[in-house]
Design a protein around this ligand. Sequence first.
Ligand code: PMP
Length: 428
Amino acid sequence: MGRLRSELFFEKAQKIIPGGVNSPVRACKAVKSNPVFFERGEGAYLIDADGNRYIDYVASWGPLILGHAHPNVIAEVYFASKRGTSFGAPTWLEVEMAELIRECIPSMEKVRLVNSGTEATMSALRLARAFTGRKKIVKFDGCYHGHSDSLLVKAGSGLATFGIPSSPGVPDELTTHTISLPFNDQEKVTEAFEKYGSEIACVILEPVPANMGVVPPKEGFLQFLRDITQKYGALLIFDEVITGFRLGLGGAQGHFGIKPDLTCLGKIIGGGLPVGAYGGKADIMSLIAPEGPVYQAGTLSGNPIAVSAGLATLKELKKPGAYARLENLTQALEEGIREILKELSLPYQVVRCSSMLTLFFTDKEVTDFQSALSCDTERFASFWQGMLKRGIYLPPSQFEAWFVSLAHSEKEIEITLKALRETLREVG
Ligand code: PMP
């Protein structure tokens, strides 16, 4: 499996693009490799610049829940682009999208569309601070909420992969308002509220973190956060950029039955094109300009092509049986991995929530960022390379989720498990 063209492209890319990539997570440094340059996606498969085929579990980091180039998504993108690429004025599609979101996630009484997950969380924070008149925010170590200044403290995803605790260039004056706590730790949250309760504008979290690998909340943790924020008059923000429409039509909040004040979406609602959204209680959302004074805007926000791709994706997900199929496929993958680990007497942890899964290379239970950091990242690197060699494209970091799509079938799961058995036999 040669990758000559990928290597050549990367050599050139590094001379003109920082690190050769337009988002750090695409670099394969942590797995001691160069990135693969892709040319095409077909359902569950990716085809690289040298014509090699891979079963894809990155799914563009979550959005492609239908797989690559789903015919209905492509058709809607085509028809939408024939009507014009952008108007800088409202379209009915945006209303349709907002209504569909509210129908599935009723806590989002009012919705504003933006262009990325970063914009959604950044804007939700500003809104929470404006609504409460408070400055401090609480987040959790290893959660990633995009790259806005206040949120780049002990974050997951690329920062975890590259060991960047907080980014240079973010003024201390801002990060002093960010309190980052261990996930699943009720005691630490209680202490923070006892100390700063009247200054905390919001608690923001991934209800099921996927950016330190998949780490489900402990029983009662989300309800505890709902209760303590209510008690102290702080807002609860669910960053469902990954979990929204991934854990089911109702996202994590539907799955666990917890109603946040604000919710951030991205990824799946854009069907592979750039879209984000934030929304929540009508009285809070009414503070957003032009209804209220909190400013937030976007030249391409609610772009008709992107929204069309998102609507086509959500319509597929609404078809009966879509989530049951995702659940069954991913469960088969999980069970297959467990069997292989048992057969090879390896102590690693498989953690799954719906169609997201992480194989942690540690013998410790992973409940937060600290325990995730106990993973053997060297071994993960060898594992990733072994899987790539066998035509399986996994996220190039221990601290990420693998995503199963509706384009995967039992056949791809079987091929993946065969490759996994061989690779683990090789790398241990
Ligand atoms: N929140 C979460 C939970 C995410 O996983 C991400 C991106 N991986 C973001 C926010 C930021 O989204 P974007 O990359 O679209 O800005």
